[in-house]
Design a protein around this ligand. Structure first.
Ligand SMILES: *Cc1c(COP(=O)(O)O)cnc(C)c1O
Length: 360
């Protein structure tokens, strides 16, 4: 068996230990005589899986008791509508910062339900930076303030959070979930699709401060109502059972490997190797301003579309797959989430060095 290094932005690599454990438990989960895929979501054995996953997540992220953890479906994209439906019900206003496609989509969804103030945008330079924010442009009575924390497509991240005072800050953390410690108390809500850093596709995790619940608009579909999901412990309907089980295995793996501080150290080391190479290469350049660079998604280009295409093709043949960049940036993008080992990034950098020599 030979496994590739997968640099996809998502779905992405899972830790090999997790895949092996899932394989070993596939036919008979802990003596239950069945796979987790087959068991009732109301069974005792599944109850211990979902409760176990929540407990591990709370421990790893240091989530305070006054926050609910919800395991939902519909992807991060469904929350783009659920957020205004659940929270835009005071002044009916919300602030959005546009740092890429995902923030833009979230904003467009909110505009269907209320008054949206676009506080800042980095669209002028293809989202290659995080805009500086001026507090005087914030809406004082906004129901919430929305950011996309790590911009998967463009490779930027907020190193400093906006100071929104009493207005709850809501962040899409899909592509930086569990990549480093995060102070949950700074947020009214954080959420993300699991398929980048936490589990296979099909699961969306929402972490919501309790006092924000119970304010959903009457028209909110039942399945999108966070209060109802919280009251039912994420079991209002059939949850994505197997994905939640893999999520639990990933969380166990994180804990065994030293938790989020250790993960941050690993991720910094991996990203530094790649950024240092990009900063010194004559052929490849990073596309993001250095101060806003993401640890997770690293877009880069050469000066020629032809060379970019050749690079992606030859890298793939060498077992370094899914390096093609998003169509709006062009070039390449290496997503180096938690499960990408240091050796994978090293193999990429060595391949880039070789390619640069051969083609210049
Ligand atoms: C991938 C991604 C999304 C979309 O996630 P889905 O689960 O496919 O809806 C939203 N936001 C960010 C930051 C992402 O990386």
């Amino acid at each position: 068996m030979s496994r590739v290094y997968n640099f996809s932005a998502g779905p992405s690599m899972l830790p090999e230990e997790v895949l092996k454990k899932a394989a070993a438990e596939m036919l008979d989960y802990e003596g239950s005589g069945q796979s987790v895929m087959e068991m009732s979501h109301r069974s005792k054995v599944f109850d211990s899986i979902i409760k176990g996953a929540e407990a591990l997540l709370r421990e790893l992220m240091n989530i305070p008791d006054n926050y609910k953890v919800l395991f939902l479906q519909g992807g991060a994209s469904t929350q783009f509508a659920a957020i205004p439906l659940n929270f835009m019900n005071g002044s009916g206003k919300a602030d959005y910062v546009i740092t890429g496609q995902w923030a833009k989509k979230a904003c467009a969804e909110a505009q269907k339900y209320g008054e949206v103030n676009i506080v800042a945008s980095s669209a002028d330079k293809t989202f290659s930076y995080i805009p500086k924010l001026d507090k005087s442009t914030f809406t004082p009575d906004a129901d919430y303030f929305y950011i996309c924390m790590n911009n998967t497509i463009y490779g930027t991240v907020y190193h400093e959070l906006p100071d929104t005072g009493n207005v709850p800050l809501i962040a899409d953390i899909s592509s930086c979930f569990l990549s480093e410690p995060l102070d949950v108390t700074k947020f009214g809500m954080v959420y993300g699709g699991a398929q980048k850093n936490v589990a296979p596709a099909g699961l969306t995790i929402c972490i919501i401060r309790e006092d924000l619940l119970g304010k959903a608009r009457d028209i909110t579909p039942t399945m999108l109502n966070y209060q109802i999901q919280a009251d039912n412990n994420s079991l209002y309907n059939t949850p994505p059972c197997y994905t939640i089980y893999i999520c639990k295995l990933v969380l166990e793996w994180l804990k065994e490997n030293g938790g989020l501080t250790a993960m941050q150290e690993r991720n910094v080391k991996k990203a530094k190797l790649l950024y240092d190479y990009l900063d010194n290469s004559k052929m490849f350049h990073g596309t993001v301003v250095p101060e806003d660079r993401s640890l997770m998604n690293v877009p880069f280009v050469t000066d020629s579309d032809e060379l970019n295409a050749k690079f992606v093709k030859e890298a793939e043949a060498a077992g370094l797959v899914n390096l093609k960049g998003h169509r709006t940036v062009g070039g390449m993008r290496a997503s180096i989430y938690n499960a990408m080992p240091y050796e994978g990034v090293k193999a990429l950098v060595e391949f880039m060095e070789k390619f640069e020599k051969e083609n210049s």
